[in-house]
Ligand binder design. Structure first.
Ligand SMILES: [Zn+2]
Length: 270
């Protein structure tokens, strides 16, 4: 029997930071595909506390970047990456591999789907079956275990394991539209990642300055609530959490019930 090495494909974004705490991988791997965001992401990781993490590996793989589409999708990306991991972490030193893609509930691309994970695990394990060059064989598992949780649910698990929610909130930064290094929720209007982050952390009891609560919740009231009420929002799980956040907001800021304080028309949250 081989030992099993756990490898997380790590981007430094808030979901992958969170999965790191839940999954407890032996290695955090950033594969530098030389995309539009690679340099920025690497800089962010190096400046974060993960920059000095002995588990961190940055693997240079420039080939894929040239095939990045306008929408940032790289076809077959998650088929290439496990193959790279398999070669980098060889059987003699690392044994079997559990490769966590860091997939989350919002991921809809097929190369993070259950069928993909199952079929790719089977194919890679088949290619590493016992044979003349690898008599002991090797098992490879593509792990998408965290896909079944929303961000809010993952944070709940993190808290249950003794994690500090406020500390984590400051560790992870994924704003599309920052002002002076601060999240965009410091002013009117909010980008999609900050919006998701606010909902998940607020529902798990994180502390936000009251001015941020007002700015985010008023944006939700003005722009998202009407879509939910009209039945056009189309994300059932998220809707439930948004309504919970608004209930909390009414409790904390009863003075704003029935008012519309939102003035921004940039529609940045979409
Ligand atoms: Zn933002």
């Amino acid at each position: 029997m081989n030992k099993v090495t756990k490898v997380l494909l790590f981007s430094g974004g808030s979901d992958s930071v969170l999965i790191n705490y839940l999954y407890k991988p032996d290695y955090l791997v950033y594969i530098n595909m030389h995309t539009r965001y690679s340099e920025e992401e690497i800089k962010k990781i190096k400046n974060s506390k993960f920059g000095n993490d002995p588990r961190l590996r940055i693997i240079d793989f420039p080939f894929l970047g040239q095939y990045e589409r306008e929408d940032a999708i790289i076809p077959l990306r998650n088929l290439y990456l496990p193959m790279i991991i398999c070669n980098y972490f060889d059987v003699d030193n690392y044994g079997d591999l559990d490769i966590c893609l860091g997939a989350t509930a919002g991921d809809r691309v097929l190369d993070k789907s259950p069928k993909f994970a199952e079929d790719t695990s089977a194919l890679l394990t088949y290619l590493y079956s016992p044979q003349h060059w690898i008599p002991e064989g090797r098992k490879i598992r593509i792990n998408i275990d965290y896909k079944k949780y929303t961000k809010t649910e993952m944070l709940k698990l993190y808290k249950a394991k003794g994690g500090d929610i406020n500390e984590l909130m400051h560790e992870s930064f994924s704003c599309y539209d920052p002002i002076d290094g601060q999240e965009c929720w410091c002013r009117n209007g909010i980008c999609k990642p900050c919006f998701r982050k606010y909902i998940a952390y607020k529902l798990n009891g994180a502390y936000f300055d009251p001015s941020i609560d007002v700015s985010v919740c008023e944006a939700i009231k003005a722009e998202i609530l009407p879509q939910i009420e009209a039945g056009t929002y189309g994300r059932a799980e998220e809707e439930k959490e948004i309504k919970e956040v608004l209930k909390l907001y009414e409790k904390e800021h009863p003075e704003n019930i029935g008012k519309i304080l939102y003035k921004n028309n940039n529609h940045r949250h979409q």
